[in-house]
Design a protein around this ligand. Sequence first.
Ligand code: LFR
Length: 480
Amino acid sequence: ANLKSYAAVDLGASSGRVMVGRVGPDSLELAEAHRFPNRPVRVPEGLRWDVLALYAGVLEGLRAAGQVDSVGIDSWAVDYGLLDADGALIGSPVHYRDSRTEDVAQKVWATVPAAELYAATGLQYAPFNTLYQLTAARASTQLSYAKRLLLIPDLLTYWLTGEQGTELTNASTTQLIDPRTRDWSYDIASRLGIDLSLFAPLRQPGDPAGVLRSEVLEETGLTGPVPVTAVGSHDTASAVAAVPAEGERFAYICTGTWSLAGLELDAPVLSEESRAANFTNELGLDGTVRYLRNIMGLWLLQECVRAWGDPELGALLLDAAKVPALRSVVDAGDAAFLAPGRMPERIAEACRATGQPVPTTPAEVTRCILDSLALAHRRAVTDAQRLAGHPVDVVHVVGGGTRNALLCQLTADACGLPVVAGPTEAAALGNVLVQARAHGLVGDLADGRRLLTRTQPLTRYEPQGDAARWSEAEARLTRG
Ligand code: LFR
């Protein structure tokens, strides 16, 4: 058969991986070539990404992947590296959980009121949106001599190919893009004193992004030319592209460090009500809008597990399943949980503040987190349908959380809708599909999704229990 191979580099907040997708007219297989940890480093000036280690991991992964027809890169959003006039990286990219943005929102809103900012950019307020990061960095020496800003996947692409661009889906997380025109928001940038010429020209998912440099070929043992293809370089854009949905009446939840829960729409929702509900309008493939809410996600559990000295997760989840349901819940959408550290204590404090029983054992805390996540999923799926006027019949759960059967079942119960879980490596699959499509192997978004439905294992969870107890639990969050 006429099979093609695509390397999908997918970088998450806790690990990076290089996957190889083999695609034929009616087949799609994904295999892991290399996985490596992503460990942020705390230096005196703050929390930083070890981007050289990530690049080394990418090169090692490409070597392990072997000869491929193209390479694509996606990662988490909003963060960037700065280049000087010689094209050299200035410092280490700042981590979005760094505290430098804690007080900048008021400053920004004094110039552009929050409501106006939302109407122009459609982005949910998050302290780490690139716009706030750049405002926090305004007086820094590094920014003063920077000539170029490259978002993380674009930076790695530049190192691989020597070519610079700003991929659109990830650019839409900067809060400097107008989701209606899908171009820069020149007015917002100029009023906030952000120099848009720092950004390389926009490129679209599927655009060519150069070929591997000869040194890269040498280091990876590949034979050139090997093209690099721009994909939906925001991992969530790639993951949504790989939601195996049929038709339009679906919600999705991309689970991992974050839960990104919402809808795929063909136009942004920029109403004041939508802003108040903290929904974001990020850009997806083929003119789509990813209308979703950022929820803290499995970060809450990851941080607890770290605090407990890394117990075995499988056993912990089994114990959590035996803890009575919905004893206490926290607001998993609350930015109070953004920073690392002391997570079991912070969860206990939130339960106490709302007059609920305080979970103490790891099993109880884990149950509280999973119930809270399911509840946050329910709220996002319900609110999105109402605000967008777009009803759904099914919730697709993709990403790392699909391995957590308890979370999937609780999400089905809370939403009162069937959950279809899978694929787990959605971001990598979406990355592969865009490359395959750019090279003429698959058709549009719907075609790609049909290929996924035919080829990827999916698990269905039917809603159980009385949905009313979730409304009761939801009411507790606003007490205290
Ligand atoms: C998920 C993600 C989210 C984004 C967050 C920070 O990996 O990309 O979509 O809000 O990370 O960049």
